[in-house]
Write a protein that binds this ligand. Structure first.
Ligand code: HEC
Ligand code: HEC
Length: 193
């Protein structure tokens, strides 16, 4: 990575008179984003079930997660290492880059009527959509959940419950206050939206 950056800088210095600074910046972001695509997917479809969709996710949320991984407020073997090499400007640029991409369709099965009803009842008492918005589309620093990778949703809600994901105490309390059965229904429902 650092070698690539160095060669970029050398090329930029050599071609400085020709290249506009905007072109150099855009180039750099494409290159950084290519690293992410190794797991989050070339077309936004993650390479495995426990990797989240980041294409089309809320810009503010993407930035906050990268910042939290770097600060250590959210821990993950892979992402903590990756985020530690990013500066604030990179994170802001990557968040804007991925937020502007279209959300991919993972074609996960729609929930059955019974599961849909259970998810709606759980939402009725907890009010998930009060923050995640109608149809779970997300807003600002509140993430979109509709159509997210099922196994990732299950993993991260379990992490909120156990405190393994400790960057949002509010979500941890809510996940702990919800029965495992209701959470499972919500996960199936959300993935199939
Ligand atoms: C080697 C695989 C891998 C690479 C490369 C990778 N990620 Fe991740 N990323 C993951 C996994 C796995 C998670 C889920 C972590 C967890 O369970 O908490 C994740 C989580 C995230 C999240 C949190 C999403 C959410 O819904 O909470 C963001 C944002 C993110 N990655 C951005 C990036 C960016 C930007 C890059 C490139 C600079 C990148 N990732 C590179 C595997 C990877
Ligand atoms: C008071 C507002 C609020 C309510 C109510 C709420 N959430 Fe959240 N939720 C958030 C915020 C804010 C985040 C982002 C936390 C962070 O910065 O990491 C989040 C994150 C999540 C995530 C992680 C998404 C990802 O990509 O990693 C899941 C899953 C989730 N919420 C599910 C739910 C469910 C299910 C309910 C209802 C049982 C619910 N939330 C209720 C505010 C809320």
């Amino acid at each position: 990575m650092s070698l690539k950056i160095l060669s970029k800088m050398l090329i930029a210095a050599a071609c400085g008179a020709i290249l506009t600074s905007g072109a150099v910046r855009a180039d750099t972001i494409e290159e950084k984003a290519a690293v992410c695509s190794g797991c989050h997917g070339e077309k936004g479809v993650p390479v495995n079930a426990v990797t989240p969709i980041i294409w089309g996710q809320m810009e503010g949320y993407l930035y906050l997660e990268l910042r939290d991984f770097k600060k250590g407020a959210r821990k993950n073997e892979i992402m903590s290492g990756i985020a530690s090499s990013l500066e604030r400007d990179d994170m802001l640029a990557l968040a804007a880059y991925f937020a502007a991409k279209p959300w991919p369709n993972l074609n996960q099965p729609s929930a059955s009527d019974a599961v849909t009803k259970q998810a709606a009842t759980a939402n009725g008492s907890i009010g998930c959509t009060g923050c995640h918005l109608d149809k779970y589309q997300g807003t600002g620093s509140v993430p979109r959940l509709a159509g997210q990778n099922h196994d990732y949703l299950a993993k991260t809600l379990a992490d909120f419950r156990s405190g393994e994901r400790g960057n949002n105490p509010g979500m941890s309390s809510l996940a702990s206050a919800t029965s495992e059965s209701d959470l499972a229904a919500l996960e199936t429902y959300l993935a199939g939206m």
